[in-house]
Design a protein around this ligand. Structure first.
Ligand code: ATP
Length: 326
């Protein structure tokens, strides 16, 4: 018994090391580039300008970011290989082997004010990169991004980010109460404000689960909530700041049938009265969007409504077929 047990413990330690290395990759990924190259210029555009416009945007991650990601991946790979987790090691290699290429290759699309726009496309197409550029974690290598008609490079990062509520994929949940999680960015929000945003994202029932209401604990990493509920809590947190534009990177995980339906209803509710740009992994959450932009290998493979894309863009038709929508 002793030998297998020792190997199992060894493997668990190695897996933990591997996860540590992967965590460091994530840190590198999350590292915002803050060199201050804001170019002061006009901060107000035409009143009828679109909320966001991409004009022939090209982008390549800076060399030092690519190198740091490669180094972290190498570390993760060797630890995973030692633990005989060869498949995971291969996946890590595959994920970063292609990083030095141009990630966006002439992307143009417009998000009119008050509209609901979705970005869809295969893994690695560049969807998350689009959101990082809007938030100015990086600037385009060529082309321009206009926010309310002004080149984003002319807007100070703080002012720019104040216009957007950004809900990242798998946003972290604090081990406090529901209210602690909601008040992270809006400390003055009242219990009534918290209850209002919870209802807006279809989380009203969590208030009834405990007599403590918004003061109910969510557990370590939010374990008392399902994955879908955690993402809706992150959306509620963003909503509290009442941003004119909500950028949402929909979670790929934990969306079973019930959660998917609730997410769809939540997105319908939060889209009312604001601009919404959502990265969707499930077409069912975006079929009603005003515009769907299909990205493939850093290019726009097509854009239009769901029915237009089903009729004219083979990649979209395949995605829709795969998800049983046509
Ligand atoms: P997914 O649906 O899997 O999240 P995606 O469409 O959002 O994919 P991105 O995450 O934007 O795609 O990645 C686009 C490309 O950029 C991929 O080839 C990826 O490996 C690369 N990439 C992403 N982040 C970085 C980074 N920080 N450094 C270098 N390359 C990166």
């Amino acid at each position: 018994l002793v030998q297998p047990l020792a190997s199992a413990i060894g493997a668990i330690t190695s897996v933990n090391q591997a996860l540590g290395a992967l965590g460091r990759i994530q840190e590198v990924l999350d590292l915002p580039l803050e060199e201050d190259d804001d170019r002061p210029g006009p901060t107000a555009g035409p009143t009828d300008a679109a909320a966001i416009e991409f004009r022939d945007v090209r982008f390549r991650y800076p060399d030092h970011v690519v190198k740091a990601r490669e180094a972290a991946a190498k570390e993760a790979r060797s630890v995973l290989a030692q633990a005989h987790l060869d498949r995971a090691a291969d996946e890590t290699t595959a994920e970063v082997s292609d990083d030095a290429h141009e990630v966006l290759r002439g992307v143009s699309f417009t998000v009119p004010r008050g509209s609901r726009v979705a970005l869809v496309g295969p893994s690695g197409a560049g969807k998350s990169t689009v959101l990082s550029l809007i938030e100015r974690f990086y600037d385009p290598t060529a082309g321009a991004i206009l926010v309310d008609g002004v080149d984003a490079r002319q807007l100070p990062r703080e002012a720019l980010r104040a216009r957007f509520g950004y809900v990242e994929q798998d946003a972290p949940t604090l081990a406090g109460t529901i209210a602690d999680n909601l008040r992270l960015a809006s400390p003055d929000a009242t219990d009534a404000d918290c209850a209002r945003v919870l209802r807006a994202v279809n989380l009203g029932d969590v208030l009834e689960r405990s007599p403590l209401g918004v003061d109910a604990p969510v557990g370590e990493d939010g374990v008392m909530l399902s994955g879908g509920e955690r993402q809706r809590l992150a959306i509620a947190r963003a909503l509290l700041a009442a941003p004119p534009v909500l950028l949402l990177d929909e979670s790929t995980s934990s969306l079973d049938g019930v959660n998917e339906q609730r997410m769809r209803e939540a997105i319908d509710a939060v889209a009312t009265g604001r601009t919404l740009l959502v990265i969707a992994h499930r077409l069912s959450t975006v079929v009603d969007s005003d515009l769907i932009v299909v990205l493939e290998h850093g290019r726009v493979a097509g854009q239009g409504t769901h029915s237009e894309l089903v009729a004219s863009v083979p990649l979209y038709r395949e995605l829709a077929k795969h998800q049983l929508l046509v």
